[in-house]
Design a protein around this ligand. Structure first.
Ligand code: N01
Length: 481
């Protein structure tokens, strides 16, 4: 009955991978470190958490959802969607929750997995679908442990916490911080936003989707398909192409929107402090039509003096001021280049992925790595992390992996399919050559798109290039043994 396949991670990409492999007749098990599925939407429960990709685009093409309540759905609604999709696609029953994979080692022709529960058996093929944004980073600010109130990372929001009437500090100005401030500014006693770098903020209204429209989507699914295609074209053909230097007109429109949004800040000094000095799109664009109102509310304060240290009472800034707080939120982002750790991956001839990726992570078409046959990534190196709906990305990569699984299965016994070193080098040279044409590299900012070696680790071409590159594996790029 097909191959024995392990999928690591039960977030959106793991669900997509498991669904596809199951439909192809393989024997699939999904290992999930947490107590339930959901990935980023399980982890992020902060007030205001929502997706900045339109709801009707943020879904699997094979699991349309007529019921989205908002044009941009909140986190809880997306989590419920993933639950439903996993159930309907027959994936929910394949998930082993509470089992974190600690080690994957090639033994002969199969991968042996060891989880927190012990030996999990041997598999013909492994798909690592572990997400990119899931290892919270706490800032190395002196005194972080000294704070006497409650403090936590934005992705570790305490279930029982109400901020009503409290003095709250938020460190960071990314998408998470912006959503938190927008959601709570009118119910806290005071909110201080500690900004190291201002962000460009693109304004899009988030409107409810009327019941009549939802009923029409359910009755005529082709209308949803039309909307998906239209949103896909706007996102991929305009926004994503603009970021990689292929649609200057769209980039100018995005900048005009951000500048008009910023002009809503009435106080010129505050506006100046909120104005970035790098190009629009260089850092991941923040989407919000509420943030500038929130930061101008009576309870809000934008703090731009650098943080000197954290004390029991609050945050001390370089001007000597103590910002007294009850709650301190670290909306300080994620360790995006450590997504597979602490799992050890031991490939052919004892190769260790930690060594191979010590300087910079590298793969063929984001999916396959020399030395690690039949071990494939969704969301791997140079995936389009700042370009398209991640669900679309995952679907395309999973489709390519399905093609690799066919190559594995085509032998009398399961074959080992491993990318050629020369093909991988050539692929990465092309990536590197294209990167200077992107706004991430050329826009004059630092961001989580840069890895430790200073390389931008996103996808430097268009959506059409992306899907074309993953249409089907070219056997000439692989050793088949
Ligand atoms: O994290 P970030 P995020 N002292 O890395 C600051 C997705 N997402 O969780 O810019 C002071 O963007 C840091 O400052 P600087 C989305 O892809 C999507 O907000 O480095 N500040 C920065 O402001 C997003 O891009 C959604 O100078 C410090 C912030 O912390 C990604 O997740 C919602 C500091 C980190 O911003 C990550 O977003 C949420 C220090 N020592 C997330 N260290 C939506 O769909 C760091 N910072 C809407």
């Amino acid at each position: 009955m097909g191959l024995r396949i392990a999928v690591i991670g039960a977030g959106a990409s793991g669900i997509a991978a498991a669904a596809r492999m199951r439909a192809a007749g393989h024997d699939v098990q999904v290992f999930e470190k947490a107590a339930r599925l959901g990935g980023t939407w399980r982890e992020n429960r902060y007030p205001g958490v929502a997706c900045d990709i339109p709801s009707h685009l943020y879904r699997f093409s094979f699991a349309p959802n007529p019921d989205w309540s908002m044009e941009y759905a909140g986190g809880a609604e997306i989590l419920a969607y993933l639950d439903r999709a996993a159930r309907d696609l027959g994936v929910a029953g394949l998930i082993r929750c509470g089992e974190e994979v600690r080690r994957a080692a090639l033994e002969g022709r199969r991968w042996r997995l060891t989880t927190t529960s012990g030996d999990a058996g041997a598999f013909d093929l492994v798909i690592a679908a572990m997400g990119v944004l899931h290892k919270p980073v706490l800032p190395a600010i002196p005194g972080r442990e000294a704070f006497a109130g409650r403090s936590f990372h934005s992705a570790r929001w305490p279930e029982d916490l109400s901020l009503d009437g409290l003095r709250v500090g938020v460190i960071g100005t990314g998408s998470s911080a912006t959503q938190i401030v927008s959601a709570v500014a009118d119910r806290v006693a005071r909110i201080a936003l500690f900004q190291r770098t201002p962000q460009w903020i693109f304004s899009v209204p988030n409107r409810p989707i009327a019941a009549a429209k939802r009923e029409a989507f359910a009755a005529e699914p082709e209308r949803m398909r039309g909307l998906y295609d239209m949103l896909g074209e706007a996102m991929n053909g305009r926004f994503a192409a603009a970021l990689v230097g292929r649609n200057p007109e769209a980039l100018a429109e995005i900048e005009a929107n951000c500048r008009a949004n910023l002009a809503r800040v009435r106080d010129p000094d505050l506006r100046a402090r909120l104005t970035p000095d790098y190009e629009v799109g260089c850092k991941r664009l923040v989407i919000s039509d509420r943030f500038y109102e929130a930061i101008q509310s009576p309870a809000a304060q934008l703090v731009t003096d650098p943080i000197e240290r954290i004390e029991a009472e609050g945050v001390r800034t370089g001007d000597g001021a103590l910002h007294a707080l009850d709650v301190l939120v670290f909306a300080t982002g994620f360790d995006t280049f450590n997504f597979h750790r602490p799992m050890k991956v031991i490939g052919r001839a004892g190769r260790d992925l930690d060594d191979d990726w010590a300087g910079s992570s590298r793969a063929l078409r984001s999916v396959a790595v020399p030395g690690y046959p039949n071990f494939f990534f969704v969301g791997g190196p140079n995936s389009p992390i700042g370009n398209f709906s991640f669900l679309m990305t995952a679907e395309a990569q999973v489709g390519f992996i399905a093609g690799l699984a066919d190559l594995v299965e085509a032998g009398e016994a399961p074959r080992l399919v491993e990318p050629r070193e020369d093909a991988t080098q050539d692929w990465n040279a092309r990536l590197e050559a294209a990167m200077p044409g992107t706004v991430w590299a050329a826009g004059g900012c630092s961001s989580w798109y840069f890895d430790r070696s200073g390389k931008v680790a996103s996808w430097p071409w268009t959506y059409e290039d992306f899907t074309a590159s993953l249409a089907r594996p070219d056997p000439a790029e692989f050793h088949l043994a």
